[in-house]
Design a protein around this ligand. Structure first.
Ligand code: FAD
Length: 443
């Protein structure tokens, strides 16, 4: 018997969500193809999580050098060689891309841009291919404001390709991407101004975290201009001038726009299928299914959380919904997230504001402390923890941490939180001494 369709599943986009979905379907023995118009690995591997974190690790050496003097090291300060680091980073990313490609055994890779002809038919490189299911995992790209001179601004993806490091940056946008880049570029010795329309940076985080992060950036001698927007960019000789809404004109060698992300759905010919969009994002149900029953979508192109592990979890759910009778759902409540600055920020659950809105009165347990490693250093960044609990049950509804290794600490707590961890149980836990994590048990 000949198959009705060329494939049982075509995945559009070989990023975090698409790769996870294609591998999961291939494991079930399905005939799978994955279409990719650029690099295998998508945003995370090529221009997102991995290269930014490598840059952050490079920047951390500058921070460590600062405290090395307190530990007896004489003249610990060295020079940072961007081209050398960039070469090593490029080599590593390309080896990672190779590993990702090799892991696609049994999955056909279709090189090119996929567009819809109908719900079961796609065009890729002028070839027409049919499929039972489609999974859209096309991700997102930097959102650029429609203002005069914006073509002179860079996005996060351009930073990794700079041949030399500019002396000065004006970074527009105080979300986690803008904040991470501000601190990294400052650590590399660049002058950095961060412009944000909100009074604080990281506006989706707990307000205590927002205020403290702003202070950390100021202490790093990053200039913050808040409560205003970029209006236009004027290119001069060797310098750019950013005109802001507040009437200021700021000069910098480079302007980096970090103003959020736009889903890559505009080139899919999505109107050919019954897929609903809201604010330029694909609308899906809890299993990732669109209005068109055989078409699913995951990751950054949907209206959910823009994180690699979330895209992967959504891919797993979508494949189960397509090919098994199981209908699991992603639990979006206890998804931890981090800002990989120095010290790290990690958070899970509700902010204080959200908790009060949802639960009424809540109890707040805070502590500010100096991790032992930094206790002897004159420039010691304070660590901070905030735990939010419900008054009677002592149920924990949110934890926010600024500390070295905060991401690892919060991550390790999530399984217990999902099982209903209470403050009382935390109080009865014995920690490891001396460690940052033990502070959570002593609030
Ligand atoms: P993507 O990884 O973007 O993949 C989509 C793929 O689809 C791309 O390769 C694209 O070329 C391809 N494509 C698009 N249209 C078509 C088409 N029509 N035909 C064929 N192919 C197509 N997340 C974290 O969890 N931790 C982090 O530390 C982190 N840091 C980040 C730092 C930066 C600077 C950025 C930008 C993002 C970061 N993220 C981080 C977010 C994370 O990278 C994304 O959430 C994740 O990559 C989304 O995966 P995805 O599969 O939805 O899309």
């Amino acid at each position: 018997m000949t198959a009705k369709y060329d494939y049982e599943l075509i995945v559009i986009g070989a990023g975090s969500g698409g790769l996870a979905a294609a591998r999961a379907a291939a494991k079930l023995g399905k005939r799978v193809a994955i279409a990719e118009k650029a690099d295998i690995g998508g945003t995370c591997v090529n221009r997102g999580c991995i290269p930014t974190k490598l840059m952050i690790y490079a920047a951390q050496f500058a921070k460590q050098q600062k405290i090395a003097g307190s530990y007896g090291w004489v003249n610990p300060e060295g020079l940072f060689d961007w081209p050398d680091f960039k070469q090593t980073m490029d080599n590593y990313i390309s080896s990672l891309r190779q590993t990702q490609t090799e892991s696609l055994e049994g999955i056909e890779i279709l090189r090119g841009e996929a567009t819809f002809i109908d719900a079961h038919t796609l065009a890729i490189n002028k070839e027409t291919i049919t499929t039972e299911f489609v999974l859209i995992a096309v991700g997102s790209r930097p959102l650029m404001p429609d203002i005069r001179g914006i073509e002179h601004a860079l996005t996060s993806r351009d930073i990794f390709h700079l041949e030399t490091l500019p002396e000065s940056f004006l970074i527009v946008g105080g979300g986690y991407i803008g904040v991470e880049f501000s601190q990294v570029l400052r650590s590399f010795g660049c002058r950095v101004t961060l412009v944000d329309s909100n009074p604080n940076v990281l506006d989706t985080f707990d307000q205590d975290i927002q205020k403290r992060v702003k202070q950390i950036l100021v202490d790093d001698r990053i200039r913050i201009v808040d409560g205003t927007r970029l209006k236009e960019i004027e290119k001069g000789t060797g310098t750019l001038t950013a005109a802001l809404d507040n009437g200021w004109n700021l000069k910098a060698q480079t302007i980096l726009c970090a103003l959020g992300r736009k889903a890559n759905i505009d080139t899919l010919n999505i109107d050919a299928v019954n897929v609903t969009q809201k604010k330029n994002k694909i609308v899906v149900n809890t299993h990732g299914q669109t209005q068109e029953p055989n078409i699913f979508a995951v990751g950054d192109c949907t209206d959910r959380m823009l994180l690699t592990p979330v895209a992967k979890a959504e891919a797993d759910v979508a494949i189960k919904a397509m090919f098994s009778n199981k209908e699991p759902e992603v639990d979006y409540f206890w998804i931890p997230s981090a800002v990989f600055m120095h010290p790290e920020i990690a958070t899970v659950g509700l902010t204080e504001e959200e908790a009060r809105k949802q639960h009424g009165p809540v109890e707040i347990h805070c502590n500010k402390f100096t991790p032992l490693k930094y206790a002897m250093a004159s420039e010691s960044p304070d660590a901070f923890i905030k735990l939010i609990t419900l008054p009677k049950s002592q149920d924990i509804v949110g934890i926010h941490l600024i500390a070295p290794r905060a991401a690892d600490i919060i991550q390790a707590l999530v399984p217990a939180l999902k099982k209903g961890l209470t403050k009382e149980e935390l109080d009865r836990t014995i920690g490891i001494h001396p460690s940052v994590g033990e502070e959570i048990f002593a609030l």
